[in-house]
Design a protein around this ligand. Structure first.
Ligand code: NAD
Length: 336
């Protein structure tokens, strides 16, 4: 099959495109290589993809509809996977307009393209951040998500709603995937696990916000990619909810549209993450404890029940193994 994947210079898009081409599919990758942290890493990821057969990379912004549609016209995709976004909670406070452009105008643009191309399935990346400061023990896809605590989350929630309107208006099957703190080799330098590893390896202090007791439902990137691939042919159909004991399907009552959490459902404290990085590097961290940051949530905890009902799969790489694999990659990549 032929795929259009946006955000292929990014962490998750790179891994996904690599997996798709190694399974015999072809991929048009679309990314603007937006400036910011990790630009060198993004170029390196694209170089790796360019070397793999079956991948064609196009550089352009989502909002540039002419370039985007030209990329798809050359080889219309059967499946569109929209991952490109301005990601990261903290930067959304510094430059909110970037988030509006990429996450809202950008999503509207790729939806408009999909309306013309009519893919069998449109898959859209969203985030656990949309649950906000949910007081619920586990985040279920049908929970209310009307109270985001970061601007990033507000734009991602807005984008989810845009996909629902297109699914309804144009009968376009859409699956929205909510990711939970994805980590692993080729990861994002702006995320805590990467920053901690970099600082501890260099003997520099790490900044730990909120005493490190906040809980995160970490997902190893290979597990995430496995789950996305397992969902490719689980196309939502109105009137056909997943019927399994105790599982609440998020299928829309009026559109071929479903939301699925991708996570293990096993939150771990940030302090445990730090401990595992220390063990993998064989170096103790120098900590600077600071107050919690605005926009941060104290806990993310997914219910993976719907993912399991749809695919039979739940992410299962232990944090210890995933962090060891990340630190191995980091040492090789950073030449340490
Ligand atoms: P990333 O920053 O590594 O990749 C995003 C890519 O999108 C970048 O290469 C960037 O250049 C590109 N991009 C941004 N704005 C663009 C625009 N306007 N036009 C074209 N390209 C643009 O992020 P990632 O971690 O790979 O995240 C992928 C998706 O998953 C995002 O939608 C993000 O919101 C979501 N997500 C990620 C995580 C995580 O832990 N990594 C968690 C929850 C949700």
């Amino acid at each position: 099959m032929h795929f259009l994947v946006t955000g292929t210079a990014g962490f998750i898009g790179f891994h996904l495109a690599r997996r798709l081409v190694s399974s015999g599919h072809t991929v048009t990758g679309y990314d603007a290589l937006t400036s910011g942290t990790g630009i060198e890493l993004r170029r390196d990821r694209l170089k790796m993809l360019d070397m793999a057969g079956g991948f064609r990379g196009v550089t352009g912004r989502l909002e540039d509809f002419k370039t985007l549609s030209a990329a798809a016209e050359a080889n219309p995709p059967q499946i569109v996977i929209h991952l490109a976004a301005q990601a990261g909670v903290r930067q959304s406070l510094d430059d909110p307009s970037l988030y509006v452009a990429s996450n809202l105008a950008g999503t509207a643009s790729i939806l408009e393209l999909a309306r013309a191309v009519r893919p069998q399935h449109f898959i859209h990346a969203s985030t656990s951040s949309v649950y906000g400061a949910s007081g619920r023990p586990e985040f279920v896809e049908t929970d209310p998500t009307d109270h985001p605590v970061s601007f990033y989350a507000a734009t991602k929630k807005g984008a989810e709603l845009l996909t629902h309107s297109y699914a309804h208006l144009f009968g376009m099957p859409v699956t929205v995937l909510r990711f939970f703190t994805v980590y692993g080799p080729w990861g994002r330098p702006d995320m805590a696990y990467y920053k901690f590893t970099e600082a501890i390896a260099a003997g520099k202090p790490i900044e730990v916000y909120g005493s490190g007791t906040q809980l995160r439902d970490f997902t190893y990137v290979d597990d995430l990619i496995w789950a996305i691939c397992a969902l490719l042919d689980r196309i939502p159909e109105p009137g056909k909810p997943v019927v399994a004991k105790g599982v609440v399907d998020s299928l829309s009552p009026v559109a071929p549209h479903r939301i699925v959490n991708i996570a293990a459902g096993r939150p771990e404290p940030l302090n445990r993450l730090i401990e595992l990085i220390e063990q993998a590097l064989g170096t103790k961290a120098i900590r600077r404890d600071l107050p919690a940051q605005p926009g941060d949530v104290t806990r993310t905890h997914a219910s993976p029940a719907l993912l399991k009902a749809l695919t039979g799969y739940v992410p299962d790489t232990p944090l210890s193994e995933g962090i060891a694999a990340f630190v191995d990659w980091y040492r090789g990549h950073a030449g340490q």
